[in-house]
Design a protein around this ligand. Structure first.
Ligand code: BGC
Length: 368
């Protein structure tokens, strides 16, 4: 009996260690705000999340022989993320809000009122404004297997109506890094949150992702105009370079003579998931033949922005002094469709005062 109790106690300790969360300082932003880094562990998996921008700074994953590598792009210190005149231009690893992706003309109307949000690009708002959720300090709190981040965005922040209280919970359990987003507002508003991790399953800084094989469970996508704003059409992927219903190498058609590919400078489009955001389902799977690592993305969102790092050009130096070449990583940003506030036919991004926005995305890792 006593032996049994001892074994049980030992098993609990091992389980506790597996779900271990530790917190350290990650320095200060240029304006003196302290930033913490939370380390989450599950078996050989390790995720490190910083309170600035809710950024996934490190994500260590074993390959088919058990060798661990960091599979996300980023910076070694807070300066990379928060310093300089234009910090973290690609939004490496960050939580994007209040509105992921573009809003045409930086304008939309809601309940008869027109709102203007700052244009980050010459003609569009992008990723929540000049100072979006990727550039603010979140309040961190340890929770079982993870960290809970809270940010209260005041009414009118970046032009958006309503005081928005956002809570993002990152947990690492089994093979899953789960992101649970929730938000409430005191006025009717629009919300579209996502995470902007850049994955390279061969290890960050290890060349490009053109040989990664991608599957996206979507029969349609939203074609864009020259400013990367959806035209409103839900076009079939059939017979186009956008058909990833069967696993296909990213590079197989990325430079094809296709008008949409040219507009995106590669892939930079929203896919309309067959699950339609009605249930938790697999959106995409990525397989890296060289390491055997597999990333599955599951979500209850109706769309995923598949972006192939077309604007990376080798000028940024990231973690461990690695340079990030053209297409050094890919993003699978689960979300509602870009510019939804201006497309009444798209699934709505409206959040009514007092109601709760809630969405979950899981990054699931394995190897084969
Ligand atoms: C956009 C890209 C943009 C990237 C970094 C993606 O979500 O679709 O066009 O370059 O984010 O900002």
């Amino acid at each position: 009996m006593r032996l049994m109790a001892l074994v049980l106690a030992l098993m609990t300790t091992v389980a506790d260690l597996q779900g271990q969360v530790t917190k350290q300082s990650f320095g200060k932003t240029p304006d003196g705000t302290p930033v913490d880094i939370y380390t989450l562990k599950s078996g050989a998996l390790e995720a490190r999340i910083i309170t600035y921008g809710g950024i996934i700074q490190t994500l260590k994953v074993p390959d088919k022989s058990g060798k661990v590598a960091d599979v996300v792009l980023g910076f070694d210190s807070i300066d990379g993320y928060a310093g300089g005149p234009k910090p973290n231009p690609p939004y490496f690893g960050a939580i994007i809000g209040r509105y992921g992706n573009r809003i045409a003309g930086g304008k939309f109307s809601l309940s008869g009122k027109t709102y203007e949000v700052p244009k980050v690009e010459p003609t569009n708002a992008l990723h929540g404004g000049v100072k979006g959720f990727d550039k603010v300090a979140w309040k961190g709190k340890e929770i079982p297997h993870g960290v809970e981040l809270t940010y209260v965005s005041p009414d009118g922040d970046q032009g958006f109506p309503g005081k928005l209280t956002t809570v993002v919970r990152y947990t690492l359990e089994g093979n899953d890094l789960k992101i649970d987003y929730s938000a409430t507002s005191d006025k009717d508003t629009v919300v579209n949150l996502t995470n902007h991790s850049y994955f390279n399953l061969s290890g960050q800084g290890n060349g490009d992702i053109l040989k990664h094989e991608v599957k996206i469970n979507a029969s349609r996508y939203t074609p864009v105009d020259a400013n990367l704003i959806p035209t409103g059409e839900l076009a079939p992927v059939e017979g186009t370079p956008f058909d990833f219903r069967k696993p296909t190498a990213v590079g197989a058609r990325i430079d094809s003579d296709d008008d949409q590919i040219k507009k995106g400078h590669g892939y930079d489009h929203n896919w309309v998931l067959d699950s339609e955001g009605k249930k938790m389902a697999e959106a995409a799977e990525v397989f890296d033949p060289s390491s055997g690592r597999v990333l599955q993305v599951l979500t209850d969102e109706p769309g995923v922005q598949f972006y192939t790092g077309n604007f990376l050009d080798g000028t940024l130096t990231g973690k461990e002094g690695k340079t990030y070449v053209h297409r050094a990583a890919l993003c699978l940003e689960t979300q509602h469709f870009p510019d939804s506030p201006n497309h009444p036919k798209f699934p709505s991004t409206e959040l009514k005062a007092g109601q709760r926005y809630h969405t979950i995305t899981i990054f699931r890792f394995s190897s084969r």
